[in-house]
Design a binder for this molecule. Structure first.
Ligand code: BEZ
Length: 362
């Protein structure tokens, strides 16, 4: 476009210049042509160099080599979502942005990873909302029991004002909360007791992620919550240190808990988000175009995670049944008093938790 404009203007200049009396005779035609050619080249180069109005197609042209960390094994949905994020980011930046993924706690515990992200030695993390709730209490809201009908409805909640307000509570920790990625909802696994109603939980030593809202829910059911991180759970249930665990079907399969637990109550009582976070300083230094590339890539990964996982629910139940596990449901109505207790305890602790409850309770 610019080259065409310069060429047209030079054409006009040529015609006007050659009309000046005696010019051709003065310079001589050959010399004149050479002079004009050099003049055109200089002008064209200058015009291209000063193209301040031209906009790059996307992003800034900067190159980035990012690191992303998370805790799950490579066959868990969050790792697949991390790969999707990498693929999207690299594709949409035409290779300017690359991502190295560190799965399965390679960089330490979630506390270590968040520390590394806030200091900038790691750029991105997919960190459980359960852990994030220990740093920013509003994330507790996601553990309101039975707040959503299914994963589709849960995934749609990402786009609500309240979900975004909760992400924004990370702003003062050197972290940019980008989005949420959902794996399967929580279920209950039992080593050798078929629990048919909440009251059957009384006295069971039950593995629960070390996060107060999850632990309080199980205490209200009468169980004794044991705070075990994921890597210790298999041996603990195998040796009888615990009688069961709060888990998701994905991790049940990937960690082979069906080998050590006979019963799976598919309660879907809580959702299980990871929070996609980025070092805030690095996020803010990105051009607007690059911010959009990052945000779009995480959105695609989050939709991929929730939608793929939702379509696998029946297949996962069958996979577990086929191993000999008894897979069954417990009616949600039986949990109503415990849902109420949760809301009454946690709603008043934080206006954002109350807003979440008010938004999503039918
Ligand atoms: C858990 O601690 O139960 C867990 C963590 C990450 C993915 C799945 C389960």
């Amino acid at each position: 476009m610019i080259i065409i404009t310069v060429r047209d203007n030079l054409g006009k200049f040529w015609r006007a210049f050659t009309k000046i009396k005696g010019v051709r005779e003065m310079i001589g035609f050959r010399k004149f042509s050479l002079t004009l050619l050099i003049f055109m080249l200089v002008l064209t180069a200058a015009a291209c160099g000063n193209d301040t109005d031209a906009k790059p197609a996307a992003g800034s042209g900067e190159k980035y080599s990012f690191k992303l960390a998370h805790i799950t094994p490579t066959d868990h949905m969050w790792h697949k979502a991390a790969e999707k994020f990498k693929e999207e980011l690299e594709k949409n930046s035409d290779g300017r942005m690359t991502v190295e993924i560190y799965p399965a706690s390679q960089l330490g515990s979630e506390a270590d990873m968040v520390q590394q992200i806030s200091s900038g030695s790691v750029d991105f993390g997919l960190i459980t909302a359960a852990y994030m709730s220990s740093r920013a209490p509003a994330f507790t809201a996601w553990f309101a029991p039975y707040a959503f009908e299914d994963l589709k409805e849960t995934n749609a909640a990402r786009d609500t004002e309240i979900a975004k307000k909760i992400l924004a509570t990370l702003d003062d920790q050197g972290l940019k909360g980008l989005d949420y990625l959902f794996a399967g909802n929580r279920v209950m696994l039992f080593k050798d007791k078929e629990v048919k109603k909440p009251e059957d939980m009384k006295g069971l030593a039950f593995r629960v992620t070390p996060s107060p809202p999850l632990q309080d829910f199980y205490k209200s059911l009468g169980a004794s919550p044991e705070s075990l991180p994921l890597p210790e759970v298999y041996a603990a249930v195998q040796t009888g240190v615990i009688d069961g665990m709060d888990m998701d079907l994905d991790a049940t399969i990937t960690n082979k808990y069906h080998e050590v637990a006979k019963y799976a109550a598919v309660t879907n009582h809580m959702v299980w988000p990871s929070v996609a976070i980025m070092n805030k300083d690095k996020y803010e230094k990105l051009s607007d175009g690059d911010k959009k590339i990052v945000e779009d890539a995480i959105k695609v990964a989050a939709d991929y995670s929730a939608n793929t996982r939702a379509s696998q629910e029946e297949e996962f139940k069958k996979t577990l049944s086929d191993t000999g596990m008894k897979v069954y449901e417990i009616n949600q109505k039986l949990f109503e008093p415990y849902i109420k207790q949760f809301d009454e305890k946690y709603g008043p602790t934080d206006p954002l938790i109350q807003e979440f409850i008010d938004t999503f309770r039918k």
